[in-house]
Design a protein around this ligand. Sequence first.
Ligand SMILES: [Zn+2]
Length: 101
Amino acid sequence: MESGALTCDQIDELLSDLIEGDLPDAARAGIEAHVAACARCAAAYRSLKRTVRFVRAHAGERFKPGTPGGQYFEFVARLMQDDAEGAQRALLEGIAGITDA
Ligand SMILES: [Zn+2]
């Protein structure tokens, strides 16, 4: 591996920071260069951007218990708000909903 080059695993972890705009310019440039050259990460980036747009567009909406995908949405929304406890709760409720069904 080239020194300084980012691996796909590292890109996975950095994509959300990139979308949030939390990265210094040097890191951003490295990720953008990788995404431009790597089809796998480009697809992951596009998919994450779609998810983020969807979550932002629907922020604050509540789902009725049992709505398909509702718990996942809640989970992602909490993550976006850096609410790790809320995200974990939503995830656990989602799993409980699956096992209860
Ligand atoms: Zn990659």
